[in-house]
Design a protein around this ligand. Sequence first.
Ligand code: NDP
Length: 448
Amino acid sequence: MYDDLSVESFMSGLKKRNPDEVEFHQAVHEVAQSVVPYILDNPKYQEAGILQRMTEPDRSIIFRVVWEDDAGNIRVNRGYRVQFNNAIGPYKGGLRLHPSVNLSILKFLGFEQTFKNSLTTLPMGAGKGGSDFDPKGKSDREVMRFCQSFMTELVHHIGPHTDVPAGDIGVGAREISYMFGQYKRLSTRFDGALTGKAMEFGGSLIRKEATGYGNAYFMQEMLSHHDEGLEGKTCVISGAGNVALYCAQKLMQLGAKVITLSDSGGFVLDPAGIDEEKLEWLLDLKTRRRGRLSEYAENYGLEFFPDRKPWRVPCDLAFPCATQNELGAGDALALVENGCKAVSEGANMPTTLEAIKVFRDAEILYGPGKAANAGGVAVSGLEMTQNSIRLTWTAEETEERLRDIMKKIHRQCIQHGAEPSGYMNYVKGANIAGFIKVADAMLAYGVG
Ligand code: NDP
């Protein structure tokens, strides 16, 4: 039945079944390029139609979210939870609140999550959800009413043994708290059905820092495997949210210099490098005052480039930490020409397929998000463990575990990623290593 499996035939079938879902096509295409040759060498996966099964979510739940704004108007948004694959554990993955959210974006994120969660070595399946609600410019009360309404439906689909959502774009401590409060009220249970909770009610130390810290650690691993280090390296980061800011913090702590950050308004250039005091100011701006990056530039007398991305700024290392497809082929060429040696993705799928090819052709180190940003979901997994055993680990203990997990992820990538030329292809390594664990579980369960 699958005798003629090739990347092209597989993608043609997938596109026919999922028309117009361009982000989902892109994410699957990236994986198929690595995994199809592996499947052809291992016919047991082909015979069981594993890739076909892995690209179809277990279920997609779509629901209406009605809430009232401060002026008394009734507002309607669309809510989603895509439960992608629970072969190796309960569905696990973030919730995104952003006007661009649609089924294609959540399917790409849920699919990526399958491989990422597998790489963490923890028992977590994959899911992703969210809404086209835009928290920007809304009052705290409006965000609260939206989150409560969203959870009024979501509560039927989640739980510590079924599906455990967390944060993503537009969902931080405030939103998780409102959602957990509503979950607790409606279910009458206090359990670990969400991660990213505050410390007062079952959260984990280092969770909010974990994705950014993990990304810096992944870069450190890639460099040290190639006899290099972070010390003294000039780094360009995009984004100014949870992932970008904590990635900047860890890079600084490890001796590198961070010279850019960005948001949807543009990027800021700080040639002297961001320091702890500026970072504290930024964290307060972004998480409490909910301001714009241009205010940061103004406050410190730095140059701000409206509507521009930071990829043309010469650097040693680049960290895309904002959103999908924010780094195209032209940007990749500029990075390579300006001497960039390595790229590590904090965001999910920030690099287009064409840009990935530029990095591969230039043989620069490229850590894909599913490996490099897995630290966030890994510490979510550790939060689930702490909730189950009703204990809280110290920050040092949790960060040590995070560090160890990032090392294990790197090890799995290099186990499967070496090219005959000697180039370490982290995309191939992450895809094959992530695939094997989930595929073997699915094979063990039989057809179903
Ligand atoms: P936040 O909401 O905290 O921050 C997002 C940042 O990216 C903001 O600076 C935002 O700018 C910018 N951004 C978002 N959308 C766009 C856009 N369309 N164009 C330009 N800039 C944009 O989100 P996170 O930091 O949590 O997430 C960032 C990325 O990391 C996402 O790809 C997410 O999926 C991924 N990720 C997050 C994890 C987590 O633990 N939070 C875990 C693993 C991956 P503005 O404020 O102007 O919109």
